[in-house]
Design a protein around this ligand. Structure first.
Ligand SMILES: [Zn+2]
Length: 173
């Protein structure tokens, strides 16, 4: 999937969770959504022609050489391990929330990549087998449609959060 779809997946994840954080200051939602945005494109750092890969040339090239594409950096088990480790860190609460946002953004990336033909190595490094839940080709018409749907959901969710509309029932009034 391309970075536009991933970013919209990250926004959706960020907006959903911040809509559930009732009575918390706007800065906490901002930290979480910001983290989710970064996380949503982060795994593709293992591919140097990806959006984030082009921004981080040397780092991306090195990671690709060492870890390959859609292997370690697309491995849910690795992120689960890092997530558990970071949850126990004694750091600023807001920063921790931002990190949580990053992990949820990464999760949205991994779920979206699972719907591509190439699939995702859900159990890497225990198994190299890639699991595919869909037949979406990167940059295809089908991906454009999916991206469009995500954009629409995000707009409605944002309007719901601002109490301009009330379409989604999971957003508290
Ligand atoms: Zn990816």
């Amino acid at each position: 999937m391309n970075y536009k779809t991933h970013i919209n997946g990250g926004i959706l994840t960020g907006l959903y969770f911040s809509s559930q954080m009732t009575n918390s200051p706007i800065i906490t939602s901002a930290a979480f959504v910001g983290g989710a945005l970064i996380g949503s494109i982060l795994p593709d750092i293992d591919h140097r022609s990806s959006y984030i890969g082009r921004k981080t040339k040397v780092i991306s090239k090195t990671i690709n050489k060492l870890a390959g594409h859609r292997k370690l950096f697309h491995a849910p088990l690795m992120y689960l391990l890092l997530y558990s480790a970071s949850s126990g860190m004694m750091i600023n609460k807001l920063f921790l929330l931002g990190i949580k946002g990053v992990f949820f953004g990464v999760l949205s990336h991994l779920i979206l990549d699972s719907f591509t033909i190439g699939g995702l190595p859900w159990f890497y490094p225990l198994s190299k087998k890639k699991f595919s839940l869909g037949k979406i080709k990167t940059n295809s018409k089908l991906e454009d449609i999916l991206c469009g749907i995500l954009v629409c959901i995000n707009i409605v969710m944002f309007l719901d959060i601002l109490h301009i509309t009330s379409i989604f029932t999971f957003i508290p009034k």
